[in-house]
Every structure is written in C-alpha cells, then in structure tokens.
Design a protein around this ligand. Structure first.
Ligand code: 5GP
Length: 186
C-alpha cells in the first residue's frame, strides 16, 4: 500500500515502518526458534489485534509448532482500557503439559495479559511466555507482569496499523502509526 492513500492521512505520524517490523519479527522468530529448540510450542494468537503479527511471526519460527486462537474483549471502540476482560472465544485444544507462547499485539496497562496469564496457568501448561509486538512501559499498571519477548517499546500514544485498530479500522495499514486525536475526538 502506498503512503499517499487516504487512511494514512488519519495518522499524526508513522512510528514503525513495515520494513522495521519485518526485520524485528524475523529476529524474534529466530530467537524463539533457538529458545524452543527441540520443543513444539503452542502459539496462541490473541484476536483480533495480534492476527497480522501472528501470521508473520509463526512463519519465521523454524519449529514444528501448533497454533490456537483466543478472543477477549478489551477496548471496544474507546481508546482507554476498561479493566474488564471477557473471553469471547476460548482455545480449541487443552494446553496441559504444553509449552505455550501467547502472542499479543500490545501491552498497555498489562491488565489483559495478567488476567490471561492467570487463567492459562491454571490450565496446566508446562511453560507460559508472552510475545508482544509493542509495549508501552510508561502505562503499566500491573507491575509483576513479565513480557518475555517484545519487538518495540513505544511512547504513550494511541497507535494503529499492522493489526491494531481503532473502531475496527486501520488493521490493514502495513506500518504502525500514531492515530491523530482528531479521529477519536480528543
Ligand atoms: P491492557 O490490558 O494492557 O491495558 O490493554 C491491552 C489491549 O488494549 C491491547 O491488546 C489492545 O487491544 C488495546 N490497546 C492498548 N493500547 C492500544 C493502542 O495504542 N492502540 C490500539 N489499537 N489498541 C491498544
């Protein structure tokens, strides 16, 4: 997609380009490949925001992994987290004795992931790690959440693109950008 397209005009600026994303995702895939050598991790995609990151990441991991999908509610169409987390779609398979990697789009307050970690821990996984595309450390509210793999630390701004949405839009932007506050009426 060219950068003169209309949806790019809703951005204040581009934060991470698609080339930078591709490079980091490749490095992360190789690192997970090394860390899980000899294992068959279960990669869990947190829908919908992580879907594009997930599709790219798993193709960079040179292991016989399996995939599963989970959908949880977080933001709706607002730009601040509510703290209420609900499972909309659960995993298809159980994870007892498995090495699980949760793949998430962005860690903001950490409320969503810390809740997810708690419930997946109770299901008897052999190990449980988190791979996040983006992290906003300045916004963290849950202090004891350890994010094992992160592609990019970003400032406290609302971002869209590469799977991340505002009101279900902008997921198809190849780059990650800061959404102009005029779009969400601030
Ligand atoms: P947390 O529970 O860590 O506060 O929120 C995590 C979820 O909030 C993410 O999975 C994502 O859906 C949403 N979120 C947090 N920050 C952003 C952002 O800058 N842009 C978008 N599109 N979603 C965000």
């Amino acid at each position: 997609m060219e950068k003169d397209q209309e949806i790019y005009q809703d951005l204040d600026r581009i934060l991470v380009t698609k080339e930078e994303i591709a490079q980091k995702v490749r490095e992360l895939g190789l690192q997970i490949g090394r860390d899980y050598a000899g294992k068959e991790p279960v990669m869990i995609c947190i829908l919908k925001g992580a879907s594009i990151f997930f599709a790219d990441l798993i193709r960079e991991i040179p292991l016989p992994l399996t995939t599963d999908f989970m959908a949880i509610s977080s933001y709706g169409s607002a730009t601040k987290t509510s703290g209420v987390v609900r499972i909309l779609k659960d995993l298809d398979k159980d994870i007892v004795g498995k090495d699980v990697i949760i793949v998430e789009d962005i860690v903001d307050t950490g409320i969503t992931l810390s809740y997810l970690m708690k419930i997946l821990m109770q299901r008897g996984a052999a190990s449980l790690k988190i791979a996040a595309l983006l992290d906003k450390p300045a916004r963290r509210k849950v202090q004891d959440l350890h994010v094992d793999y992160v592609c990019f630390d970003i400032p406290d701004a609302f971002v869209v693109g590469y799977g991340l949405d505002y009101d279900q839009k902008y997921r198809n932007l190849p780059d990650i950008g800061i959404l102009s506050p005029r779009i969400y009426g601030v």
